[in-house]
Design a protein around this ligand. Structure first.
Ligand code: PLP
Length: 402
């Protein structure tokens, strides 16, 4: 008889955002007259910029003519896009990459979830706590996490990210083989300095570990902080980096991002770059031509200017939320180099208690910090991805109610 992957039965809850959505739908069904504002799920609201739209229109026209039609893609992404990434996202920060170190994908979620296929099941995994749930859940499915006991996976190393350490974890006492880091961070909105990242690179080089560095929110960095882990010396020998156009340029519905796997990444005499190339040739047929042409347009002069304007719009929202809540006496973090605001729940409420109270009193939806891991208990995440009007209205309601 067919045997199923029994790891799925270890999940005790829905994916976090499904639980949030179900609760909100229940509330809306009971209170159809109420105007609910969502600052919860981290999806963007502003449209694609004109440079991207024009490029995608042209790509659609090309697809409609025999002599310009495109079928399956070109290696691991169209060269125009990979060259634009190398020049703008790396060379501009002093990092040299070759074309075959950049793999275009259909967004960072797939690759952050799939990258574990390169590693043996017996590796020890360390995650920031709180954390973007994909890193843990994909390891649960793979069978690397042990069992869920009192809200913690028995074989996982949790690295608390709390106000005391500026939401950048201490090096673990036990040896970690696979380490997930995400900066600017979802959910805490914190970013790490070059020195802080260097400690991790040094740790990984000393211990033969791999850093899986998720920089999906790098477009929000404006304080001269590192834009890529490869700005740290030695990182090319111990780190894979994931980036996405989802939050940089509103590609959550278009789907395009990329993963950098330097050729210096050699473990046991094997090249991770060659292994990933083999994996992708077997299981992936690239992001669509139209998405990749749209992504290339982000790097044109108009594209850069227009996407920066959109980022500035969200950063203004972040400022509105952060300053508004601070004035109202909330303890608030993040929101400077990231689109997330991480607040301490008032009056000792748990994260879910605050979620319910906020929804009831203000009809504003956020995400309970405990849904991102045990150290997120007592915290709450709001996103800057709403419209400016909704953001201002949400802050006004919260300030009045608390
Ligand atoms: N990484 C982080 C930290 C995220 O927060 C998200 C999305 O919210 C992703 C990756 C996935 O982005 P996408 O698959 O849209 O590129």
């Amino acid at each position: 008889m067919l045997k199923l992957n029994s790891n799925f039965s270890k999940f005790q809850q829905n994916y976090l955002f499904v639980t949030v959505r179900n609760k909100v739908n229940e509330y809306k069904a009971m209170h159809p007259e109420k105007d609910v504002i969502s600052l919860g799920i981290g999806d963007v609201t502003q449209p694609l910029v004109p440079a991207v739209i024009d490029a995608m229109h042209r790509a659609v026209d090309e697809m409609g003519k025999t002599d310009t039609f495109k079928g399956y893609g070109q290696d691991f992404g169209y060269h125009t896009l990979r060259n634009a990434i190398i020049e703008n996202d790396y060379a501009a920060y002093g990092v040299k990459l070759s074309l075959d170190e950049v793999f275009i994908n259909d967004g960072a979620k797939s690759d952050t979830g799939n990258i574990g296929e390169l590693f043996d099941i017996d590796n020890t995994v360390a995650v920031c706590d709180p954390v973007y749930p994909v890193y843990i859940d994909s390891n649960v499915i793979a069978g690397r996490t042990g069992d869920l006991i009192d809200g913690r996976w028995s074989k996982l190393i949790y690295m608390p990210c709390v106000a005391e350490n500026g939401f950048v974890p201490e090096l673990p006492e036990e040896k970690a083989d696979i380490i997930y880091l995400c900066y600017p961070n979802n959910p805490t909105g914190a970013h790490a300095t070059l020195d802080q990242l260097k400690r991790w690179v040094d740790y990984a080089l000393e211990n033969g570990s791999i850093l899986l560095y998720d920089a999906a929110y790098s477009a929000f960095i404006s304080d001269g902080l590192p834009k890529t882990i490869y700005q740290v010396d030695g990182a090319k020998a111990c780190a894979i980096e994931f980036k996405s156009f989802s939050k940089t340029a509103g590609f959550t519905g278009v789907r395009c991002g990329y993963t950098v796997i330097p050729k210096d990444l050699q473990f046991d005499g094997q090249s991770l770059n060659a292994m990933w190339a083999r994996r992708q040739s077997t299981k992936f047929n690239e992001a669509s031509y139209i998405s990749q042409v749209g992504a290339s347009a982000i790097f044109t002069e108009e594209g850069k200017k227009q996407t920066l304007d959109t980022i500035a719009y969200y950063k203004k929202n972040a400022h509105t939320i952060k300053s508004g809540l601070q004035k109202a006496g909330f303890e608030v973090y993040g929101g400077e180099n990231a689109p997330y605001i991480w607040l301490k729940t008032p009056n000792g409420l748990t994260s879910w208690e605050f979620f319910d109270e906020l929804l009831e009193k203000t009809q504003v939806v956020g995400t309970p910090g405990s849904g991102f891991g045990p150290s997120g208990e007592g915290y709450f995440r709001l996103t800057a991805f709403g419209s400016a009007e909704n953001t201002e209205e949400a802050v006004r309601r919260i300030v009045c109610a608390f």
